[in-house]
Design a protein around this ligand. Structure first.
Ligand code: 5GP
Length: 201
């Protein structure tokens, strides 16, 4: 049976372990890939250009917008972030599961353009854990921590706009649940256009 390409939009509080869970998922499943966003934020120690983000200047980001190369983009906590269109569409066409780790305004922009994307809210069960993890990461100053926390609380208000909630108290458990969601979504009749031929093959 052909692989069914999917678009998974994962959103949730920043600094609470979203990317760790997604890395775990992607490292264990070769058909799932991470979409590398463009950002004007400076790289953190350990972050690599082209792996964690495509780190670009303000001018380069504006050019991406002008050339219509972004699927969505936002200004978040003083920096710009955007999803690159071509790698996402090429991979879905090739039957890959593409995962976007993006904040909620971008997530809703994607949903309004691509209605069959799968919207997942990934967050710890306890919001105090968000603050603890953000502080432990040690990459943001107090002002930025406060800004990210207030955005995280605001996002919780919109939880009913998502298709799934995955709790990331445990990396393995969260990654396992994401895989279950992917497998269930790939089995949906609506996603298998040539179901009759495939059933008879
Ligand atoms: P960070 O600076 O901690 O890497 O990311 C800050 C926030 O931006 C996170 O919530 C992350 O999910 C989100 N983000 C990363 N890339 C994109 C993107 O391309 N578009 C949008 N809308 N948000 C993004």
């Amino acid at each position: 049976m052909n692989k069914t390409g999917l678009l998974l939009v994962v959103s949730g509080p920043s600094g609470a372990g979203k990317s760790t869970v997604l890395r775990h998922l992607i490292d264990h499943h070769s058909n799932i890939m991470f979409s590398v966003s463009a950002t004007t934020r400076p790289p953190r120690p350990q972050e690599e250009h082209g792996v964690h983000y495509r780190f670009v200047s303000e001018e380069e980001f504006s050019e991406l917008i002008m050339n219509d190369e972004l699927l969505e983009y936002v200004n978040y906590a003083g920096n710009r972030y955007g999803t690159l269109k071509k790698p996402v569409f090429d991979s879905i066409k090739a039957g890959k599961v593409v995962v976007l780790d993006i904040e909620e305004r971008g997530a809703f922009q994607i949903k309004s353009g691509i209605s069959d994307c799968i919207m997942i809210y990934l967050a710890p069960s306890d919001m105090q854990e968000v603050e603890k993890r953000l502080r432990m990461r040690g990459t943001e100053n107090e002002e930025h921590i406060a800004q990210r926390l207030s955005l995280a609380y605001a996002q919780r208000e919109h939880i009913y706009s998502y298709d799934y909630y995955v709790c990331n108290d445990s990396i393995e458990e969260a990654s396992r649940k994401l895989l279950c969601i992917i497998e269930a979504e790939q089995c949906k009749i609506a996603r298998v256009p040539n179901i009759k031929e495939e059933a008879n093959a």
